[in-house]
Design a protein around this ligand. Structure first.
Ligand code: TRP
Length: 329
């Protein structure tokens, strides 16, 4: 039997190049390996803890769906669906709540961070915390365990959630007999090291991202915001700079070497950014065309997701029916 890989993508913002290199590209590469069976889904109900309006929900959900399709996800190979289309997830979520210690949720990083912040501010420890945030790890466990996932590719920040899913599966199995697969993380360390416009890690929360799919004009303007030092044209540049690090991601080894040489010979930052824009734009262009195609043909996207949901529910129903038998309902 093939090993199953499953991951969820939360629609809480526009995809940026950090997401592309850290998550999208490696996940799509994994899906091309014959030995794996891949389930990738849009975790829209998880996004409810952050999103404020239905417009955001719709916009970001389509952005994620169209982004993955544009980047080469093949819906014939990958079961690609929306979490909210799988009611079985929410039934399992309740069942799993009953084998999850409250203390385990108290120790989850996201919740703990809120409590610490409240305590520092002298507020009630649970101020601003709703049950969606508190139960988030159980819903995530349901996403994973419902599909017998063996490996879950995620960034380092999600590692604890995979461990929690494993614990919950183990608790269920101990109580009711071997039923659920205990998943392993498939941690992508470099998710954390992609450099943003200001030289820090690229992250939405720092506001230093390069959005993957925008007009050329916006892309150019974003690249012009890359932070540089004050060395003048003619002065040799340090190859530890952000411009060079970003360039390297998009260019061939040969191009990168050439570019490095020019920087050492004193290429000015203005010209360097022009060259950076050229390589980034060339790399993104074919995917961008597909992205805008899908954004203009949302009915096609809806169909792809509906067919993914059907395939996913086939598996989900089987697991859930096993689970229901085990608990005696
Ligand atoms: N919590 C994940 C994130 O913030 C998204 C997610 C939801 C997920 N369910 C999942 C990831 C199941 C992997 C498996 O990015």
């Amino acid at each position: 039997m093939k090993e199953r890989i499953l991951t969820g993508i939360k629609p809480t913002g526009y995809a940026h190049i950090g997401n592309y290199f850290g998550a999208i590209k490696p996940a799509i590469e994994l899906s091309k390996e014959e030995k794996f069976d891949c389930f990738y889904f849009i975790a829209d109900y998880h996004a409810l803890t952050t999103l404020k309006t239905r417009e955001e929900m719709k916009e970001y959900t389509y952005n994620i769906a169209c982004t993955w399709l544009a980047c080469g996800l093949d819906p014939e190979k990958v079961v690609f669906y929306k979490q909210s289309d799988i009611p079985e997830v929410f039934e399992l979520n309740w069942i799993l709540s009953n084998v999850t210690a409250k203390g385990l949720m108290n120790r989850a990083h996201a919740y703990k961070a809120c409590v610490e912040k409240n305590e520092t501010a002298g507020e009630d420890r649970d101020a601003g915390v709703n049950m969606g945030l508190y139960n988030y790890p159980i819903l995530m466990a349901a996403d994973i365990l419902l599909f017998d996932a063996n490996y879950v590719p995620v960034g380092l920040d999600q590692k604890q959630h995979i461990e929690i899913a494993r614990d919950i599966a183990n608790n269920f199995n101990n109580k009711y007999g071997q039923t659920l697969v205990e998943p392993d993380g498939y941690i992508q360390e470099d998710f954390c090291t992609l450099v943003g416009l200001d030289g820090r890690k690229m992250s939405k929360s720092y506001g230093n991202t390069i959005q993957l799919f925008t007009s050329e004009d916006v892309l150019r303007k974003t690249i012009n915001r890359v932070v540089t030092d004050c060395r003048l044209p003619g002065e040799p540049k340090d190859l530890d700079c952000t411009v060079y690090k970003l360039y390297k991601l998009f260019a061939s080894a040969e191009q990168t070497e050439q570019f490095g040489k020019k920087l050492l010979e004193g290429l000015g930052w203005g010209d360097a950014k022009k060259e950076l824009f050229e390589v980034v734009n060339k790399f993104i262009k074919p995917m961008r065309e597909k992205y805008f195609y899908f954004m203009e043909h949302k009915d096609e996207v809806d169909k792809i997701l509906a067919s993914g949901a059907e395939k996913a529910r086939y598996v989900a129903r089987k697991t859930l029916s096993k689970v229901r038998k085990r608990i005696g309902v």
